[in-house]
Design a protein around this ligand. Structure first.
Ligand SMILES: [Zn+2]
Length: 96
């Protein structure tokens, strides 16, 4: 299972800038990765993994409805770089 996930990461590209490979940060893992983020080093975008499902959506389909609560929930475990300047949401999105 782990092997399958790693090979999935190898073929995933950022929907916005098409860069790859992407970084994976796992916040909660059971048999599967339950919650975490996929992070693009190139454009500093992050994509949430919620209930084992990675949401690799372009900016125009992200309104913050799911992203902001997710960011709030896992804030302590988000990489500092994303909190500072992550796209399309970061720590300043929580103050709005
Ligand atoms: Zn990117």
């Amino acid at each position: 299972m782990k092997t399958m996930k790693l090979s999935l990461m190898e073929i995933l590209a950022c929907p916005m800038c098409k860069s790859y490979p992407l970084d994976l940060d796992v916040f909660l893992e059971q048999d599967e990765i339950v919650e975490g983020i996929i992070h693009c080093q190139n454009c500093n975008r992050w994509y949430p993994i919620i209930d084992e499902i990675p949401y690799m959506l372009p900016d125009e389909l992200r309104d913050g409805k799911d992203d902001i609560p997710f960011l709030k929930k896992w804030r302590a475990q988000f990489p500092q770089k994303i909190l500072d300047s992550g796209v399309p949401f970061n720590a300043t999105s929580l103050e709005a």
